[in-house]
Design a protein around this ligand. Structure first.
Ligand SMILES: [Zn+2]
Length: 59
């Protein structure tokens, strides 16, 4: 097993180089979502909170 440099989106489970740390539901839990999901979850969402961006380290 190699070490993964990418994270998976918590919403669609696809791996991505850039993920957005957000809260978007009543649970108040931080989740990492990809670019596409980010654009979806932040629309008209009273629970949406942005907590930063995660980027994979490149060598
Ligand atoms: Zn996603």
């Amino acid at each position: 097993m190699g070490r993964k440099r990418e994270k998976d989106c918590d919403r669609c489970c696809k791996s991505a180089n850039t993920l957005y740390r957000v809260q978007f539901d009543e649970s108040g839990q931080w989740q990492f979502v990809c670019d596409l999901c980010w654009s979806i979850v932040r629309q008209n969402n009273p629970h949406y909170v942005y907590g930063g961006t995660w980027k994979a380290h490149k060598k």
